[in-house]
Design a protein. Structure first.
Length: 295
């Protein structure tokens, strides 16, 4: 059997194991707070518990819905930013030159201080305003500029803080971990694990796991704590379906899953890789941004 064929088959088998959190074993997850957490490699693969505060795994409420926060970033002047998905904020109307042939807009926005849409926590308390957002076929990312005095932590609930930025390419399976506020799933097992069978694309990673509306924007890390990217889509990626974001119905289109010596580009969760997103955001904002890691 050729490598592409058996890898696609393994994606389907992995889905049976990892999409159902009840099949994962491990001790009960640690609680979420702004206190230091257990190291990422010590955490159970799936866990319950709330995630209060402004931190990876925290909830962000905007004028168009609820999403999940990802990683914390800092500019040289001390300004702090925290990420989520680009489709979680209302960018305003698209101009004609921002619309593609398929009718879908390719939107990128930068808001100066005091002009961006507000971001609030689950209690409706404002903690910042959007400074940047992009939504196009290869990018889906946003940054919230934190208000002065807002307490924030780089620690992802249950899994701990990132130790660095993931920039590898591999043809072997990569175990990924994330904490999301998905409807229903987030009440039972917000801390979850997925598996990617390789990382053949520089802009995205497809993995087999569970994601639903509300998980959009969630930070994704490797088991050793490297920040991979943001969860932005769910559906049968690469299996003849085109998922847009967790709130949309997938649209069928004719394409077989891609699998080669670099791995299988297929799964049930779509992750936009952090490196290219952060580089683009830094360029558009005109400031270098640094990932805040574990001390």
């Amino acid at each position: 059997m050729s490598r592409p064929v058996w890898m696609v088959g393994l994606v389907a088998l992995t889905a049976v194991v990892f999409v159902n959190p009840a099949l994962a074993e491990g001790p009960e997850g640690v609680s979420c707070s702004l206190q230091p957490m257990a190291a990422a490699q010590e955490a159970a693969p799936v866990g319950p518990g709330p995630c209060p505060g402004v931190r990876p795994g925290g909830r962000v409420v905007t004028s168009i819905g609820d999403c999940t926060l990802n990683f914390l970033f800092r500019a040289p002047d001390g300004t702090r930013y925290i990420g989520t998905a680009g489709h979680c904020v209302d960018p305003g109307g698209a101009s004609n030159d921002e619309s593609g042939p398929d009718g879908r807009a390719r939107i990128e926005r930068v808001w100066t201080l005091g002009t961006g849409p507000a971001a609030a926590d689950s209690d409706g308390q404002r903690f910042g305003e959007f400074a940047y957002a992009v939504v196009n076929p290869v990018r889906d990312f946003a940054l919230i500029r934190l208000d002065p005095g807002v307490k924030a932590s780089p620690e992802m609930c249950h899994f701990g803080a990132p130790s660095g930025l993931y920039g590898r390419d591999t043809d072997t399976a990569v175990v990924l971990r994330y904490y999301g506020n998905g409807e229903g799933v987030g009440d039972v097992a917000p801390a979850r694990t997925a598996v990617a069978l390789g990382t053949p694309d520089r802009d995205h990673i497809y993995a087999v796991g569970a994601a639903v509306p509300g998980d959009s924007g969630a930070g994704v890390m490797t088991v050793d704590g490297l920040a991979v990217g943001a969860l932005v889509t769910s559906g049968f990626h690469g299996f003849g379906w085109e998922p847009r974001d967790p709130d949309d119905t997938p649209v069928p289109y004719p394409r077989m899953p891609h699998a080669d010596e670099k791995g299988a580009d297929a799964g049930t969760v779509g992750i936009t890789r952090l490196g290219p997103q952060l580089a683009r955001a830094s360029e558009q904002l005109g400031v270098p941004l640094t990932l805040v890691t574990a001390k």
